[in-house]
Design a protein around this ligand. Structure first.
Ligand SMILES: Cc1cc2nc3c(=O)[nH]c(=O)nc-3n(C[C@H](O)[C@H](O)[C@H](O)COP(=O)(O)OP(=O)(O)OC[C@H]3O[C@@H](n4cnc5c(N)ncnc54)[C@H](O)[C@@H]3O)c2cc1C
Length: 489
């Protein structure tokens, strides 16, 4: 059937064939419209696609990919485009396959605590629909990237997204039970637990697909684990006059056997930026803030909260606030979530880096980030998931100034190398994309890279799926760094 269509349309251009297949209203080819799809949230990586298509079903995705395979055309999966590693930039004249029209929640099975969804469903919508069911108010889909009001569940799986509460609840791959994915040749793979169960025999293919960043195929459906919502909370805010003491508190809290639901840190620069923007009442002497949430059984929380505040005090917290009030809790999390909006007031452009280091190295890493920023004449501020050692240095620059752009990219690479040298890794949650592909050979040895290459080719022998991202290949090399630029002294 697929072959007949491809032969029948021989001689037509690839975009005409796509229009023939999906209709002109579901294929964009006008440069003015394509412009909106040349990047994701990492705005330094830009490349205009040849076309953007909007399939509505798995069968349509399969037909589109079979057609594109016949033309050896690169395919670029896209959810909401909130990615922060350039994974959606369509290098090599790629065709963007959007899941924007695949937004059905197929089934919510509360007795088995499993939801079956299409890849384009937005993260928060799943928990909202679960909560609206009789008996559903006790359950939710727990992975909570800060982008969750916009990002898709397919994009979350493809990037193995984290979030504020992953310290206790773990990243996306732990919540993906089964996956349906269309391979670049158009065949449909269904793997993992897709029948309401949690276990499956054989290789754990859903875990392999989570974090593959669109380099193996297009995820079309997911079977996701639903988790119980925590019943009671306490929120703790601790202010410090330096970041090192805040970092020591993080290690001390974990070493004492606590597992908070979230442990977030903001540095002094960021605290001043959000205070200027929103007047939350943050003391000017604060150089670091820890926002900690614990949850669990009501009767146990006050004692745990006391132990955690004692640890913060022992590590020189100069101001502490504790709360069990849900309105105050929302206000405090609003402060945390306001950070990225506030940066727009002080910098023309910014990019958020993402690396993971052992918690005990956090203080050293922050110090080094600061000194790298000074060397390049850049302001770098930090808002991050301190509990899981997931740093997010934010580089402020002006995209209209190419020197500043290159300095930001070089400084970001230096930070990442330092994190790797400190025993960490290239990404805690945003993925590698095009942004960090240069550093993949620095992180992995040759046998591991060869293994990645062979795994990729099992799914995608022609290397059509999201080329130039995550796994280095000779077929398409992309680097954002211009050669020869010197570090300013
Ligand atoms: C303000 C802000 C806050 C953020 N906070 C967080 C956070 O707390 N935690 C976190 O992890 N991330 C965060 N991110 C990054 C981003 O939201 C996540 O990476 C998210 O998972 C991307 O989802 P998306 O639907 O937007 O995917 P996209 O950006 O569209 O795509 C991301 C990658 O996944 C691939 N992809 C998308 N859909 C599919 C599919 N169906 N099949 C195969 N591959 C696919 C794409 O090719 C690309 O490589 C944040 C981003 C912003 C802008």
């Amino acid at each position: 059937m697929l072959l007949r269509r491809i032969c029948y349309n021989k001689g037509m251009s690839i975009t005409d064939e796509l229009i023939h297949l999906l209709g002109s209203d579901r294929v964009l080819t006008d440069p003015a419209e394509l412009f909106a799809y040349d990047r994701d949230g990492f705005t330094l990586a830009k490349s205009c696609p040849r076309a953007v298509v909007f399939p509505q079903t798995t069968a349509e995705v399969s037909q589109v990919l079979a057609l594109l395979a016949a033309h050896d055309a690169p395919i670029v999966p896209r959810g909401s485009g909130t990615g922060l590693a350039g994974g959606c930039a369509a290098y090599g004249n790629g065709i963007v396959i959007s899941t924007a029209n695949m937004r059905r929640i197929v089934n919510i099975d509360l007795p088995n605590r499993v939801a079956q969804v299409e890849a384009g469903v937005c993260n928060t919508r799943l928990s909202e629909e679960v909560a609206a069911l009789p008996g559903g108010e006790k359950w939710h889909y727990s992975p909570d990237p800060s982008s969750q009001r916009a990002s898709t569940l397919g994009g979350n799986a493809a990037t193995n997204a984290g979030g504020i509460h992953v310290l206790k609840d773990f990243v996306t791959s732990n919540h993906v039970l089964g996956v349906e994915m269309v391979l670049p040749d158009g065949s449909i793979l269904t793997c993992g637990a897709t029948d309401g169960g949690y276990e499956t025999a054989g290789f754990d293919l859903p875990a392999l697909i989570c974090g593959s960043e669109g380099t193996l195929g297009i995820i079309t459906q997911l079977w996701l684990r639903l988790s119980p919502k925590p019943a009671s909370f306490r929120t703790i805010v601790a202010y410090f006059t330096d970041t090192a003491h805040a970092c020591q508190s993080v290690s001390a809290i974990i070493a004492a056997g606590h597992l908070p639901a979230a442990m977030e840190m903001l540095d002094g620069t960021m605290l001043h930026v959000i205070e200027d923007a929103f007047s939350f009442g943050i003391a000017p002497s604060a150089q670091a803030m820890l926002l900690i949430e614990i949850d669990g059984i009501e009767d146990l929380l006050d004692k745990q909260m006391q132990q955690i505040t004692d640890l913060c005090r022992a590590n020189h917290a100069f101001n502490l606030e504790t709360s069990s009030d849900s309105a105050r809790r929302n206000q405090l999390w609003k402060m945390r979530k306001s950070t990225f909006g506030a940066i727009g007031r002080v910098s023309h452009s910014y990019c958020t880096q993402d690396a993971c280091v052992p918690r005990s190295m956090l203080a050293d890493v922050l110090k080094n980030i600061d000194s790298i920023g000074r060397n390049y004449g850049l302001t770098i501020t930090n808002v991050f998931h301190a509990g899981d050692g997931n740093v997010h240095p934010i580089f402020l620059y002006d995209e209209r100034n190419e020197t500043e752009v290159q300095n930001a990219l070089r400084a970001a690479h230096e930070v990442l190398r330092f994190c790797i040298d400190a025993g960490g890794t290239l990404t805690g949650e945003h993925g590698v994309g095009v942004e960090k592909i240069d550093l993949i050979p620095y992180l992995f040895d040759a046998p591991t890279l060869a293994c990645f290459d062979r795994i990729k080719k099992v799914f995608d022998p022609a290397e059509q799926a999201n080329p130039g991202k995550f796994i280095p290949s000779d077929k398409l090399k992309v680097s954002l760094l211009k050669p020869g630029r010197q570090v300013p002294q």
